[in-house]
Design a protein around this ligand. Structure first.
Ligand SMILES: C[S@@+](CC[C@H](N)C(=O)[O-])C[C@H]1O[C@@H](n2cnc3c(N)ncnc32)[C@H](O)[C@@H]1O
Ligand code: SF4
Ligand code: SF4
Length: 358
């Protein structure tokens, strides 16, 4: 019971009231949570999050981004593929618009959001973006179309560091975009989107964690979405080398950050700030566990379904293509069943999973 209450409370703070208002969505959410916990091979519920990559094209070149690892063709998701995905689901809990590129660059981005919103009034639509395209016009559309939650990746607390982590001098412009969005939300008397920011800890920004948290508060955002170390699948040079880096320095900032936010209105989604001591376990493997192919598969711009957002490239692994089969068929096809079976036996199904510590 208290487990369920915790889950509801986390959901509420990052997604708002929605799940409590619509019993049908809440019911689906609980069914999938149960499957993610019990991990049956054949999954009757639909995933709680459908992650859709609208494009793998990007206007930044972040040092740590795993998109540098692919030689995959670049492109934009076609309208018919998007509509097929969206129309196959009945009141999905959450539709996540992100992948290995910048979703807002898609020329039909707002048409797609409008389509998803019309089909699924009760679903949570979330966007992870680099924020470079936030301005008065896009802010009004984001609010008008009821995108529920937006996470903006910053990875810096100063313009100088931003250039080093994200490859372009766009820091101040993005901060301005965040302010515009928050002001527009107030002017339009809207509760959405909830606005959050992300930070991946890198050599270049590791001394700016506390400043980033303070900046976050001064911007008036609602939550920190992720504040984490790079994934082990990161490109060369981005993954923090535990033996060469002072984790103590990072730990001390997190302890300060935790104190700083105690009296302030900011929700932290991930655990590094809540539990600074976990910093010292960074990179340690605790045995293989994964629930991704039960609750959050990814669909690439080409319509390839992969088990999770950590396998964002179909050249690494694909369960099937939305153009050839329905999502329902792919969701329990022999490939995904074999994949789940291995995970249940704590065997990483593919080499990529061996590197992943999710
Ligand atoms: C791949 S990006 C796509 C969305 C958008 N372009 C953005 O930057 O927010 C989604 C998130 O993954 C993070 N990310 C990219 N590569 C990563 C890595 N190697 N380890 C951890 N997070 C990573 C980004 O910083 C961003 O917050
Ligand atoms: S993290 Fe986002 S903005 Fe940066 S290169 Fe990757 S897709 Fe582009
Ligand atoms: S273990 Fe494999 S399936 Fe699970 S999140 Fe990692 S890469 Fe994805």
């Amino acid at each position: 019971m208290s487990n369920n209450l915790n889950l509801f409370s986390r959901y509420y703070k990052t997604h708002g009231m929605k799940i409590f208002l619509y019993p049908e969505v809440m019911y689906r959410w609980m069914l999938n949570k149960r499957d993610a916990r019990n991990r049956p091979i054949f999954v009757k519920s639909r995933p709680n999050i459908i992650q859709i990559e609208l494009t793998n094209i990007c206007n930044l070149s972040c040092k740590h981004c795993y998109r540098h690892l692919t030689k995959q063709q670049l492109g934009y998701m076609k309208k018919d593929v998007f509509e097929k995905i969206i129309s196959e689901f009945k009141s999905p809990v959450s539709i996540g618009l992100y992948g290995t590129g910048e979703s807002m660059l898609h020329p039909e981005f707002f048409d797609f959001v409008e389509y998803a919103r019309k089909r699924h009034r009760f679903s949570t639509i979330t966007l992870t973006t680099n924020g470079t395209l936030l301005n008065e016009t896009s802010a009004q559309k984001i609010i008008g179309l009821r995108i529920d939650k937006i996470c903006i990746s910053l990875d810096a607390a100063t313009p100088e560091t931003y250039v080093k982590t994200r490859g372009k001098d766009s820091f101040n412009q993005i901060l301005e975009g965040i302010r515009i969005l928050i002001n527009a939300r107030e002017k339009m008397h809207s509760k959405t989107p909830l606005v959050g920011v992300n930070f991946v800890i890198l050599e270049e920004n590791k001394k700016e964690i506390l400043d980033f948290v303070k900046l976050t508060v001064s911007l008036g955002v609602d939550f920190i979405g992720t504040l984490r170390f790079p994934l082990p699948i990161s490109p060369e040079g981005a993954y923090i080398d535990k033996s060469k880096t002072s984790l103590e320095g990072i730990y001390n900032q997190l302890v300060e950050a935790k104190k700083y936010i105690e009296t302030r209105k900011l929700f932290i989604k991930e655990s590094l700030i809540q539990n600074p001591e976990t910093v010292f376990n960074f990179g340690d493997r605790k045995g293989f566990f994964c629930s991704a192919p039960w609750e959050y598969p990814q669909i690439t711009w080409e319509g390839e379904v992969t088990p999770c957002c950590v396998i964002p490239f179909s050249e690494v692994y694909s369960l099937g293509n939305i153009g050839k089969s329905s999502f329902g068929e792919i969701w329990n096809n022999p490939e995904i069943c074999a994949f789940r079976r291995k995970i249940k036996k704590s065997i990483p199904p593919i080499n990529w999973c061996k590197k992943c510590f999710y």
